[in-house]
Design a binder for this molecule. Structure first.
Ligand code: ISL
Ligand code: CA
Length: 557
């Protein structure tokens, strides 16, 4: 495998609105990020993924862009951005931006011009289609609820939006649109960034017949996923984009790719794939409810382990996946992936190690490194458009309000978006003003300042874990080593082996609340990494304490 500069790197996602506010307006900003670069460097971060900072009406928190060439004034100025890039360069860090080009904001100049002249050239930047029998062209439900078609005022035409109505989908079939997108991408590269995380990218290829499908809900609509699944030929767009942009800059690109067909893996993340890597969402999708978030199933250990292991096995000869525990669209991993009995410091550390010693590029989401948890919300605390939609849908389906809300709150994207907990000062040290979103009330216990001082804190564990991953001794093994599941017959044991040449590490985690006795299948050299100080070994047997993680150097028996 050709070695790439990003293979052994560790990334960190910043959700700028919630990271750190420096001017008291309750909204995080670029200056806040700049002031914490040393903190991130010390944590062991090489790459920062910045969620959107472009000008936006913030209907979907910046994922609705009204000007791709401007920084949102809430976040600062283009000078601040240039300073951020320069300060990161100084520290040997790389910045990747969020590329949101499936759709833009309805306030974008292109869409405004399209509305002003629905038969003119700008209408061709979007999907404007005639209605049928006084109704929308087809029966798609958007991801954020309701029809994916909204009427163009004063006409019989509708425009397509797979997300909110304020996020019209861009017409990738139009070569002028593609050219403008590539120009914009290259403009950002010229500013010194190293790549992109690429939003909702599977959505760019539509089935241009826009057929209706049998309804999958009481609303008579069907998820727009159904139409997207019937579209073919996305690879042509992705290859063109890569050729016109990423290839020229040796960029690192991460696709937000859901629902990949099995035979497409190599095409997407193989050596000459469309992207450097893509996120592994196999664990996340286990919680999709049949009707939305309110009937999301509880996490099942065996399904979770199998999902992650299957990805690892499929990837081995193909490429690298980006491993995440959580992101800005998901509940907090410390709550979501751990059973109630393991929601403690040892459990959080164990979870980190299960992911970060896998093969792939680790991505940490802000606050994960201190074990931030889901937040106790009331309905009026919720900001997120998707949570509110899931709640309304659940109530419309006849679920009692309280139960509907409890289900949606558990899965809410706002869990990840509460302000970063820096200290036990008011508002967790995030702002001196009124935070834009509720601060998790557990900030006096869970915060950076406190964990800096405690040797055994989650934060210090993350630092040690990243050091271990990047140590001279194990870096190559943990980057390029093969993956093999271990002890799969053992309930609630998550274990795997990484091997490179003669070197072998076996990672063993006890997810159960009880002590476990494990007879090692291999010759045991030494324990090289742990989350609990005490390791009990009797001959070839290990006694695993609840939530214990042990990494042993082993040799084949
Ligand atoms: O959030 C999801 C699952 O939890 C997805 O359905 C998500 O909406 C989808 O993956 C696309 O997400 C991305 O694009 C959206 C934006 O709201 C998300 O924040 C972003 O990550 C629209 O731009
Ligand atoms: Ca601010």
């Amino acid at each position: 495998m050709k070695r790439k500069w990003w293979h052994d790197k560790v990334a960190y996602q910043i959700y700028p609105k919630s990271f750190l506010d420096t001017n008291g307006d309750g909204i995080g900003d670029l200056k806040g990020i700049i002031s914490k670069l040393d903190y991130l460097k010390e944590l062991g971060i090489d790459i920062i993924w910045l969620s959107p900072v472009y000008e936006s009406p913030f209907v979907d928190q910046g994922y609705d862009i009204s000007d791709y060439y401007k920084i949102a004034e809430q976040f600062g100025t283009m000078d601040d951005f240039d300073t951020l890039v320069a300060e990161m360069k100084k520290r040997g860090m790389h910045l990747i931006m969020d590329l949101v080009v499936n759709h833009c904001s309805d306030k974008h100049e292109w869409f405004q011009k399209a509305l002003a002249d629905p038969d003119g050239p700008y209408a061709g930047y979007f999907y404007f289609r005639e209605g049928k029998d006084g109704k929308a062209p087809s029966n798609y439900r958007s991801y954020f609820g309701g029809s994916a078609w909204t009427k163009v005022p004063g006409t019989n035409k509708y425009y397509l939006h797979t997300f909110a109505k304020e996020q019209p989908d861009l017409n990738w079939e139009n070569p002028v649109v593609r050219k403008k997108i590539y120009e914009m991408i290259n403009w950002w590269f010229e500013k010194g960034i190293s790549g992109f995380r690429i939003d909702a990218i599977i959505n760019i290829k539509k089935n241009l017949d826009f057929p209706s499908f049998p309804a999958d809900g009481d609303d008579g609509l069907v998820s727009c996923d159904k139409m997207l699944a019937s579209a073919h030929g996305i690879g042509t767009f992705l290859e063109e984009m890569k050729h016109e942009t990423f290839d020229k800059y040796d960029a690192f690109t991460v696709g937000e790719v859901f629902h990949l067909k099995e035979d497409e893996l190599r095409e997407f993340i193989g050596e000459d794939g469309h992207f450097s890597t893509k996120f592994d969402f196999s664990a996340h999708v286990l919680s999709y409810g049949e009707h939305g978030w309110y009937d999301a199933p509880a996490l099942d250990f065996n399904r979770w382990r199998t999902a992650l292991f299957d990805t690892q096995k499929a990837d081995l000869t193909v490429g690298f996946e980006a491993n995440i525990i959580e992101n800005h669209d998901e509940p907090r991993g410390a709550t979501h992936y751990l059973p109630a009995h393991a929601r403690n410091e040892a459990g959080v550390k164990m979870l980190a190690a299960t992911y970060f010693l896998l093969r792939g590029i680790p991505f940490i989401y802000q606050g994960q490194e201190i074990g931030m948890t889901n937040c106790p919300f009331e309905l009026e605390d919720i900001d997120d458009i998707m949570t509110l939609d899931n709640y309304r849908y659940a109530v419309a389906c006849g679920f009692p309000e309280e139960k509907a809300f409890a289900g949606c709150a558990r899965e809410s994207r706002d869990n990840a978006r509460t302000p970063m907990q820096w200290s036990d000062a008011e508002n967790a040290g995030f702002t001196t003003g009124k935070p834009w979103l509720k601060v998790n009330p557990n900030y006096p216990e869970i915060n950076v300042a406190r964990q800096e001082k405690e040797y055994g804190s989650v934060l210090n564990f993350y630092r040690r874990l990243l050091c271990f991953r990047k140590s001279e001794e194990y870096r190559d093994l943990l980057t390029y080593g093969t993956f093999e599941p271990m002890y799969e017959d053992q309930e609630r044991i998550f274990a795997f082996k990484r091997t490179l040449g003669k070197q072998c590490l076996t990672v063993i985690c006890n997810e159960s609340p009880a002590e476990r006795f494990l007879t090692l299948k291999e010759d045991y050299e030494e324990v090289v990494f742990v989350n609990l100080p005490q390791v009990t070994r009797i001959g070839d047997n290990l006694i695993l304490h609840p939530y214990q993680l042990i990494v042993v150097e082993t040799t084949k028996k």
